[in-house]
Design a protein around this ligand. Structure first.
Ligand SMILES: [Fe+2]
Ligand SMILES: [Fe+2]
Length: 268
């Protein structure tokens, strides 16, 4: 028997500046009309400035549904990410960094992630200390994601990242920058937990969809990508997740864009 369905809106890479007042107000209002919850996959601000976060906080007043976010690399640019997170939290966002929250019965595990590349070409912790530190950062982010999953007891879990866990959704970007767009290390914990879907941003010129090797759907919800792909629609996607119990046979996550189903993705 079908259980209740939660509509999850997702977007990333807003890159809000000090001059962005009014730019996102109607977008957030539309999100509230189309979905039950919102997840934002990083790069909320352009330079990681508290002033930019304050502009976005005012825009968020138009949002009428609960929302969670992870920060992106741009949100760390000015070394003031703590202030940025605090301002956005005060505006009602659950800002996740290796932790989890529950929105309308859906578990959200969030971490920024990091680079390092994918599959057999992923950077290994070998040689110079700096290279080892780079790889350790990616490993740490993967461990944080695993810890976030471990805290959740909800039947449905969404992984919210800024960097991609798979190569497929960064394809379209220049090959030379793949290692800076994500890391396969993030894919490992996703395969160990019952994750319904993964959303990420960061790859503005990447691809909309891919799958982990365990067949979990991964969606790149970067706003520049959505704007280019769906020019006549607001730049967010909506995924429907059915809240059956863990043994439910009707497990699915169906991506729709502005209420129109675009594909049928059956989650494992
Ligand atoms: Fe971005
Ligand atoms: Fe980014």
């Amino acid at each position: 028997m079908a259980g209740p369905v939660v509509r999850i809106a997702a977007l990333a890479d807003l890159h809000c500046t000090k001059l962005s007042q009014g730019a996102f107000h109607s977008l957030f209002a539309r999100v509230g009309e189309s979905a039950d919850i919102l997840v934002i996959a990083g790069d909320l601000t352009d330079n990681g400035l508290p002033e930019e976060a304050a502009v976005l906080a005012r825009e968020l007043s138009a949002l009428r549904v609960p929302a969670a976010a992870v920060l992106g690399n741009h949100d760390l640019q000015s070394g003031r990410s703590g202030e940025v997170a605090q301002i956005l939290s005060a505006a009602g966002l659950s800002v996740l960094d290796g932790d989890a929250c529950e929105l309308q019965g859906v578990g959200i595990a969030g971490v920024k992630g990091f680079g390092g590349g994918f599959g057999r070409y992923a950077l290994g912790p070998w040689g110079e200390t700096m290279i080892k530190q780079f790889v350790h950062e990616a490993v740490d982010e993967a461990l944080k994601l695993e810890a976030a999953f471990a805290r959740l007891r909800t039947p449905r879990v969404v992984a919210l990242l800024h960097y991609s866990p798979i190569q497929q959704t960064v394809e379209g970007e220049p090959l030379e920058i793949y290692p800076f767009l994500g890391s396969s290390r993030l894919e490992e914990p996703i395969g160990r937990y019952p994750v319904s879907l993964v959303v990420h941003g960061h790859a503005h010129r990447g691809r909309l969809e891919g799958r982990t090797k365990n067949d979990v759907p991964v969606y790149n919800v970067s706003m520049p990508l959505l704007t280019r792909t769906f020019a006549d629609r607001p730049p967010f996607r909506v995924f429907e997740v059915e809240l059956t119990d863990a043994s439910g046979a009707s497990d699915r996550s169906t991506p729709v864009v502005r209420g129109r189903r675009v594909t049928d993705a059956v989650a494992s």
